[in-house]
Design a protein around this ligand. Structure first.
Ligand code: C2E
Ligand code: MG
Ligand code: MG
Ligand code: MG
Length: 283
């Protein structure tokens, strides 16, 4: 341990770093037990089509509660799970559960599942997807996988092969958090995505900052040129909603439309997420 490592080491590890290391270790230990102890649950957040006002899909967002730690944010535990490789087992659980739950939705909306880089390569994910679809009875065109730009940064052939196989199976592939990575535009030619999700940071600042608004508009235009949907993430206010609509985004996701929420006891998603549309003619 660091204690035994000699005096020189103490200069390298500040108290903050030591605390962070212990936190990571605590999360890793907790995650080891989480599946066996049934501590995960999926919440779902609606993604709504601006044209029709209807929910087209719901994103599965993983939630973890342990008696030892309480609720831990995915922004904390997902990076640990990715680092340790635990994400493979956890991700397989998410996929299986999301397909099973979505298969029972009365409105037939798609389900979007986040996939980490370490789940790709070697053909494992296509196999898991196939068995999750078969077991759940979910039609393949109701499954969407979200990957971030970092997944493509490694850019290895095995990752791209898995993505191609999945897409040929009929699974939709979305590029998540678009715009924040290095060379975002380059990824558009690396792989034929079915949809692009504009990172919430642009949407959040677009009302105040013309340059952020411009990014939203340019990505929406890119989507139209490519013939793919563009989803504005992180829409929290009516002003932001109006703005992304004007800029030509095709779908929206955010607290304004619906927060991530658990399914009801009988497995139904939150129904209140269709956008209220100005009705012409109707009472
Ligand atoms: P993400 O995939 O970009 O998911 C969107 C995040 O934005 C979610 O955070 C969601 O709750 C949050 N969000 C949605 N609408 C709004 C809004 O209007 N305002 C704000 N401020 N935030 C909003 P969450 O659930 O904490 O998840 C964080 C990240 O953790 C996700 O980002 C995703 O990268 C990762 N994650 C979550 N579940 C999974 C999973 O099952 N597998 C993997 N690999 N990653 C996951
Ligand atoms: Mg996502
Ligand atoms: Mg996102
Ligand atoms: Mg994100």
């Amino acid at each position: 341990s660091a204690k035994n490592a000699g005096k020189a080491r103490w200069r390298l590890f500040s108290p903050e770093m030591e605390a962070a290391r212990q936190e990571t270790a605590s999360i890793e230990r907790g995650l080891d037990q989480a599946l066996a102890k049934d501590q995960f649950v999926l919440h779902y957040q609606p993604i709504t089509d601006l044209e029709t006002g209807r929910v087209t899909s719901r994103e599965a967002l993983l939630r973890w509660y342990s008696p030892e730690r309480g609720w831990t944010s995915p922004d904390l535990f997902i990076p640990v799970a990715e680092q340790t490789g635990q994400i493979r087992e956890i991700g397989a659980w998410v996929l299986e559960r999301a397909c099973r739950e979505a298969a029972a939705w009365p409105d037939g909306a798609r389900v979007a599942v986040n996939v980490s880089p370490r789940q790709l390569g070697g053909g494992v994910l296509p196999d898991l997807v196939l068995s999750a679809l078969l077991r759940s009875g979910l039609p393949v065109d109701r499954l969407e996988l979200e990957i971030t730009e970092t997944t493509l940064l490694g850019g290895d052939a095995a990752t791209l092969t898995d993505l191609r196989v999945l897409r040929e199976m009929g699974v939709r592939i979305a590029l998540d958090d678009f715009g924040v990575g290095f060379s975002s535009l380059a990824h558009v030619r690396t792989f034929p995505f079915d949809r692009i999700k504009i990172d919430g940071s642009f949407v959040r600042d677009a009302v105040q900052r013309p340059e952020c608004r411009a990014v939203v508009g340019v990505i929406a235009a890119l989507g139209r040129r490519l013939g793919v949907a563009t989803v504005a993430e992180g829409v929290e206010t009516a002003e932001q909603l109006a703005l992304v609509r004007e800029e030509g985004c095709s779908e929206v996701q955010g607290y304004l439309i619906g927060r991530p929420a658990p399914l009801s006891q009988d497995g139904r998603p939150d129904a209140a997420a269709d956008l209220a549309r100005p009705r012409r003619g109707a009472a």
